[in-house]
Design a protein around this ligand. Sequence first.
Ligand code: ATP
Ligand code: MG
Length: 226
Amino acid sequence: MIKFENVSKSFGDIKAIDNVNFEIADGEFVFISGPSGAGKTTLLHLLLGEYHPSAGEVIFDETKVSQIPKKELPFFRRKIGVVFQDYRLLPERTVRENVEVALAVAGVSEEEWVKRADQVLKLVGILDRAQLFPSQLSGGEAQRVSLARALVTNPRVIFADEPTGNLDWETADAIMDLFHEINKEGKTVIIASHHKAIIDKMDKRVIELKKGELVHDSGHGKHKKR
Ligand SMILES: Nc1ncnc2c1ncn2[C@@H]1O[C@H](COP(=O)(O)OP(=O)(O)OP(=O)(O)O)[C@@H](O)[C@H]1O
Ligand SMILES: [Mg+2]
């Protein structure tokens, strides 16, 4: 369970997040929508404990994220797989190695790497590109590798920041199918996006931000179209 309780985050005079309240239950699929500068990425940083709220609390299960001791934060963050808008792949490593690095950081023993990397690369449909380097991939393929890397450590929550920002409609739609599959297998999926056509098509819960304020929340569990 993820809960934002009266959360505000200011940077000097800028209120990036302004008294926001919502709760996301385990297994939900939620879009965080809103125009550029609305506070979507700030929300992600707050959830990861990278920023502390100026007011209010971010709560994960029963834990106040701001009170997690610094040395425990890396362990906490493993519960959340993050897909970055700009992919953040290591350019000098192959697709497979990019995924394996996540396993190494998480302390997974090396004997398991091949099996686990194969599993997620297959899931995202990119196993046949495993030996390529990021510069040799299309945008959609790089996005898939980024998703595979987020999934390989088996986090409970996937947070994707604008995962379809740079993609054509068809590729974006295929990526959304993947998120849908992942959600069906029980993971909580949170997607920050201003891709309105995609959000409408998916028909999931939407939390809408505007200038840091939560202006609309379509609510839990009413969206079952897919
Ligand atoms: N580290 C920071 N220092 C100062 N201001 C910041 C910082 N991070 C975010 N902001 C401000 O907070 C506001 C929200 O930024 P945020 O990146 O969360 O928006 P966003 O909804 O993710 O936008 P986009 O769709 O363009 O990615 C912006 O006005 C931004 O300038
Ligand atoms: Mg952003």
